[in-house]
Design a protein around this ligand. Structure first.
Ligand SMILES: Cc1cc2nc3c(=O)[nH]c(=O)nc-3n(C[C@H](O)[C@H](O)[C@H](O)COP(=O)(O)OP(=O)(O)OC[C@H]3O[C@@H](n4cnc5c(N)ncnc54)[C@H](O)[C@@H]3O)c2cc1C
Length: 459
């Protein structure tokens, strides 16, 4: 079967790309092996953020008295209803994408696992699809490390944990980065005992130490046990559940949990694509090697989203689609390296991150200035009685460009966009200082931070 283009995977980049290519008159084949919408819609952002909202409601209800609100007794979480709510949100999104694709004029949907047969052809079951352009958007899955005993226990991943309809007695989360932290806090608020085990010295090691510390304080304050420097993680069945070896310098050498969630990273879905038949190169970890326009080493084949290792978020996958579509159809020359990195960690309060950290800026050798403020000095946070966290901005002292910012605090996932937009505009920071922000907001303190810039380390 001949097409103008074949798209492998209906994640965050594939469906909108099908929309643009068909609108440009191309005859497109789109192959999806499992769930339309991919990770974000089915087992990632959407169900987890829906559940984070339930966890927030439980937390706020427990703190109701702080606001002068009287509730009718102890707060209980109805886990089947929490799950049903998340299921409804993800099912609605999935079916929306599927019916959009199936009804798209010029797009033929194939359901099944695709594998390359050559640089211009893939097989789905016994059907052979041929096209001069192939776009790979196959995403990734939870990485299961070969830790001792891991195959002797029933562990959970980000996919299987979403099937729980009862609150675990004691959830042990292995991995202190964004997937692990979001589930850890959410289940603590649902009523589980929770232990987070992280092998490095601090949580979310990609952030500055003060941000990691503040997150640890928030977690410990909610009764979550945090075990860092767990250098020898191992598993064994136990009469009360699962024993997890920790080997930290301090504290008991083992933890016994009723459930274990593995949240130690992701791996690309490239090992079962027969990429070698097309000659497409991958790196040592299986990510497809792409250039700045997301083209692979094989002419006519592009890789978009998590499988190219250039981003690990829904917005980066979607931006990959925008770059490829603009270059192919609009005569533009957009590049991945022009993208200003940003992300949010959806614990509560959330962390919004734009650009690089203070440590990265220092390591780059640039002359930097830093502005910093605890959320206890942010009016909006005080009014909401949500004063945990801090905000921080880093600028280049000579070029006056904003290099990065972190807002760990109430509304931080939204407020960070003021900084992200400035960075995208490549505008010098005084432009942001002259803005007249709305009162009372978290964002209104960003110009204040810029008025209090100091050399690094003197915050
Ligand atoms: C728990 C969790 C929470 C997350 N929360 C956030 C968040 O809040 N914000 C955020 O930005 N990101 C979040 N992410 C990351 C986000 O989900 C991913 O970055 C995003 O889904 C990547 O999109 P993608 O298009 O690259 O691939 P995917 O969404 O993974 O889609 C790939 C698709 O390809 C299909 N496929 C794979 N192999 C084949 C094949 N051989 N043939 C046919 N089809 C195939 C898959 O079935 C899948 O549908 C989260 C991830 C997790 C795990």
């Amino acid at each position: 079967m001949n097409f103008d283009a074949i798209i492998l995977g209906a994640g965050q980049a594939g469906p909108p790309l099908a929309g643009r290519l068909t609108a440009a008159g191309m005859n497109v084949a789109l192959v999806e092996r499992k769930l339309f919408g991919g990770t974000c819609v089915n087992v990632g952002c959407m169900p987890t953020k829906t559940m984070v909202a339930s966890a927030y409601a439980a937390h706020l209800a427990r703190r109701a008295a702080n606001y002068g609100v009287v509730t009718g007794g102890a707060v209980r979480v109805d886990m089947p209803r929490v799950k049903a709510r998340a299921d409804a949100v993800r099912t609605r999104a999935r079916t929306g994408i599927e019916s959009w694709l199936r009804g798209m004029s010029g797009c033929t949907v194939f359901q099944g696992h695709s594998r390359f047969e050559g640089p211009d052809r893939v097989k789905v079951g016994d059907q052979l699809l041929v096209a001069p352009r192939i776009f790979i958007n196959v995403g990734g899955r939870a990485f299961v490390p070969e830790l001792p005993g891991v195959h002797d226990i029933a562990y959970l991943t980000n996919t299987s944990i979403l099937e729980l309809d009862a609150v675990p007695d004691h959830l042990v989360v292995v991995g202190g980065s964004y997937v692990g932290l979001e589930f850890a806090q959410m289940y603590r608020r649902f009523g589980a005992r929770v232990t987070v085990i992280e092998k490095s010295p601090r949580l979310i090691g990609r952030e500055d130490e003060d941000v990691s510390e503040a997150i640890r304080d928030i977690f410990v304050g909610e009764g979550i046990t945090v075990r860092t420097k767990a250098e020898c993680i191992r598993f064994a069945p136990h009469a009360q559940g699962i024993e997890v070896g920790v080997d930290c310098a301090q504290g008991p050498p083992e933890v016994v949990g009723s459930h274990v969630l593995l949240a130690v990273g992701r791996r690309p879905n490239t090992d079962d694509l027969n990429l070698e038949r097309a000659g497409v190169k991958t790196d040592a970890r299986g990510y497809i090697v792409v250039d700045d326009s997301l083209a692979t080493n094989v002419p006519g084949i592009w890789a978009l989203g998590d499988c190219n290792g250039r981003g690990a978020f829904t917005h980066t996958s979607y931006n990959d689609f925008e770059i490829v579509a603009a270059n192919l159809l609009d005569g533009e020359q957009r590049k991945v390296s022009d993208r200003v990195p940003g992300y949010a960690l959806y614990i509560d309060p959330p962390l919004g991150r734009a650009g690089i950290t203070e440590a990265q800026a220092l390591a780059s050798g640039q002359p930097i200035l830093v502005g910093q403020r605890p959320m206890t000095k942010v009016g909006r946070a005080i009014e909401k009685d949500e004063t945990q966290g801090l905000m921080k901005i880093v600028v280049n002292a000579e070029t006056r460009q904003v290099l990065g910012a972190a807002i760990l605090g109430t509304g931080g996932d939204e407020a960070i966009h003021g900084v992200l937009d400035m960075m995208n505009a490549r505008a010098p920071y005084p432009v942001l200082q002259w803005a007249v922000p709305i009162h009372p907001t978290v964002s209104e303190l960003i110009p204040t931070l810029l008025g209090e810039l100091r050399p690094a380390g003197r915050g």
